[in-house]
Design a protein. Sequence first.
Length: 76
Amino acid sequence: MEELIEILQALKPDVKFTKDTRLVDDKIFDSLGMISLVAELSDEFDVEISPMDIVPENFETVETLYQMIERLADED
């Protein structure tokens, strides 16, 4: 989780991220930001985030994002 928060803070240094930070509802990431985030997560965690994974439910909070990463890592 700490590594994920570090990535998020590198992309958005002005936001204080916790596991409950609402990424979608609070509009922290716009569409270009989401593309950057997906690319960073794919590289850092060595997971393939498919278009089917890019749904609001997976990006709602830091916690749901982390759960998606863990699920994708387990699938490999």
